[in-house]
Design a protein around this ligand. Structure first.
Ligand SMILES: *[C@@H]1O[C@H](CO)[C@@H](O)[C@H](O)[C@H]1NC(C)=O
Ligand SMILES: *[C@@H]1O[C@H](CO)[C@@H](O)[C@H](O)[C@H]1NC(C)=O
Ligand SMILES: *[C@@H]1O[C@H](CO)[C@@H](O)[C@H](O)[C@H]1NC(C)=O
Ligand SMILES: *[C@@H]1O[C@H](CO)[C@@H](O)[C@H](O)[C@H]1NC(C)=O
Length: 541
């Protein structure tokens, strides 16, 4: 009798475990949501929250309690007032993170709890704090900066992190954020922290080619690639966006090991045969052979191109190999992937999958606006300079169209060009906005470089739209559909909103002497590094 009851308990227990497993499947990050270093990675854990009745009720309560900002009043603010307003946005997001999620990687503003995406492994590593450090400093939020600095000095430690860390994300957010804080303050505590984290990543480089793997298991000191990436390949935008941080780290630690790792990556890429001059997004680190022939300036490709240009700039234009590779790469991209829409001749970059062209541009791909503007400002050849400025301005306009053709006046994750569609999202899954910076970033560069007030206005309109639709009582949140003003919040306040979106907005309304572009180079997470302080700066390649 007793035995039988025990058996029932066991069966019931097993049933419970199976049920939990099945339910948890719905909460898994979507692995094949299409294309995606950052699409995938940066949205992977944007799982819908508040599915429970309580969560739903809480959300309605919070959202009702928050009056929308007065659009007319915002439109008439002076420049100094706009700048102060952006600073207030920063402080609002920061205060909520501090209250509800201090030490966690990110904040869930509706649930008012901590949040961590899988890219950060499994630990309380304060991604938001490290990403926000330099912005707090630049905005002169000194009390907040000091609190952040103290947390870093006492608590930042990856040695207990379980699970797997993304090499790319850890590099651009953590190493980048810490080095930038050092570059701005000369506080050497940040160097020690950055070095410790870089050392955790080094096992990723133990491959036959020296091309690093994407993920590191901190406890086991092993590395591997994403299982969805073209037969075990490494991803161009990931292994191609390490140079600025690793070179600068070698300079400030006076230890060549980091710059040697990225010099090797450069060497491999330089020596490879590029089909039609293009760099496919996948490269196998064991064989040194390209994987699937997918080419994109959006997710999976993007910051590789950016880092070639910026390696040249940060070396004070001495790293001519980087500039040559950059020139060849963007010339091939322009030839094969630049199109104009049928309807209004909007210029856009498409993607190439095998021999097929997909007429889609990611929000991420709008970063090319800033890249071409920065190139134009620094070009030695006047013809190329005006050519790339034109490209930057045309593409800035296209990205702007993707914003103003929505009900929220915020652009979607990806927009497409067909006979019936122009710069709008078609798929439901491409209509979201997760507080990304790239479009604002492009307008920031164009504002600095051309002085055309239009770009500053566009930035302000985007800031007001973010304030109107992404702000909740508990912080800023992404939204699921930019085409509806009845917004559904995704309940994640991404760490990069502090590193990038708020920083670029603030700089747009600041004097040029705040982070001048001839003295600072932004990494791809908008962390500024001083020009010339790279390991090879004093040497001509
Ligand atoms: C950091 O050091 C550099 C070089 O010595 C100096 O020019 C700069 O003003 C210092 N910055 C701060 C914030 O102390
Ligand atoms: C500089 O670049 C070369 C390759 O061009 C590399 O071998 C070297 O380790 C790099 N770092 C330093 C500190 O010189
Ligand atoms: C807004 O969306 C919610 C579901 O997310 C729905 O219940 C509600 O009716 C919508 N409101 C309006 C005015 O459409
Ligand atoms: C770091 O960069 C500075 C400025 O270019 C240079 O003078 C110095 O030699 C570099 N130090 C190392 C160790 O690479």
């Amino acid at each position: 009798m007793v035995r039988l009851r025990e058996r029932y308990f066991v069966i019931f227990g097993l049933f419970l475990i199976v049920a939990i497993c099945v339910v948890s499947l719905f909460f898994l990050p979507c692995i094949d949501c299409g294309n995606a270093t950052r699409v995938l990675i940066r949205s992977a854990l944007n799982r819908p929250a508040g599915r429970t009745l309580d969560g739903q009720k809480l959300r309605e309560k919070i959202e009702k309690a928050l009056p929308p900002p007065d659009a007319a009043a915002l439109a008439s603010l002076s420049n100094a007032e706009r700048r102060a307003f952006i600073k207030k946005m920063m402080k609002f997001g920061w205060d909520n993170y501090k209250t509800y999620a201090w030490g966690a990687n990110e904040l869930r503003p509706l649930s008012r709890t901590g949040h961590s995406a899988s890219i950060f492994g499994n630990g309380e590593t304060g991604a938001t704090i490290i990403d926000a450090l330099d912005t707090l400093y630049i905005m002169e939020l000194s009390d907040e900066y000091e609190v952040a600095r103290r947390w870093v000095s006492l608590n930042l430690d990856f040695s207990n992190t379980k699970g797997e860390l993304s090499v790319f994300e850890t590099n651009i957010r953590f190493i980048g954020g810490l080095l930038s804080a050092y570059g701005l303050t000369n506080d050497t505590m940040f160097i020690d922290k950055a070095r410790a984290i870089a050392d955790v990543l080094l096992p990723a480089f133990d491959t036959p080619t020296g091309i690093p793997f994407a993920l590191v298991n901190v406890q086991r000191k092993t590395a591997e690639n994403w299982n969805w990436a073209s037969g075990g390949a490494s991803i161009l935008s990931e292994f191609g966006s390490l140079q600025l941080e690793f070179d600068y780290l070698s300079n400030v630690t006076q230890n060549r090991i980091y710059s040697e790792k990225v010099a090797r990556v450069r060497e491999v890429l330089e020596s490879l045969n590029k089909p039609d001059g293009l760099y496919p997004n996948y490269l196998n680190p064991r064989t040194g052979k390209w994987g699937q022939q997918h080419v994109s300036v959006g997710a999976l490709g993007d910051s590789f191109y950016e880092y070639l240009l910026k390696a040249w700039l940060i070396s004070d234009k001495r790293d001519v190999q980087a500039k040559k590779m950059y020139d060849d790469a963007v010339d091939a991209l322009e030839k094969k992937l630049l199109f104009k829409s049928e309807q209004n001749q909007l210029w856009y970059f498409a993607e190439k999958k095998g021999s097929r062209i997909e007429h889609k541009m990611d929000h991420l791909a709008c970063f090319v606006v800033g890249m071409f503007a920065l190139q134009s400002k620094n070009e030695l050849d006047p013809e190329r300079s005006s050519h790339f400025l034109e490209l930057a301005e045309k593409l800035a306009d296209t990205c702007h169209e993707s914003y103003i053709r929505t009900d929220t006046r915020i652009g979607p994750e990806s927009f497409r060009f067909t006979r019936d569609a122009e710069a709008v999202a078609i798929n439901e899954r491409e209509k979201y906005y997760i507080l990304r910076p790239e479009v604002i970033e492009g307008w920031f560069y164009l504002w600095r470089i051309t002085g055309d007030a239009k770009y500053r206005e566009w930035c302000w309109e985007a800031a007001v739209a973010i304030e109107t639709h992404c702000r909740t009582a508990g912080g800023y949140s992404g939204i699921r559909n930019v085409y509806s003003t009845n917004v559904s919040h995704d309940d994640v306040q991404q760490s990069f909103v502090f590193a990038e979106t708020f920083k670029y907005l603030y700089l747009v309304f600041s004097e040029e002497s705040v982070i001048p572009l001839d003295r600072w180079v932004f990494n791809t997470e908008a962390h500024p590094f001083p020009v010339r302080f790279s390991a090879n700066a004093s040497q001509v390649r």
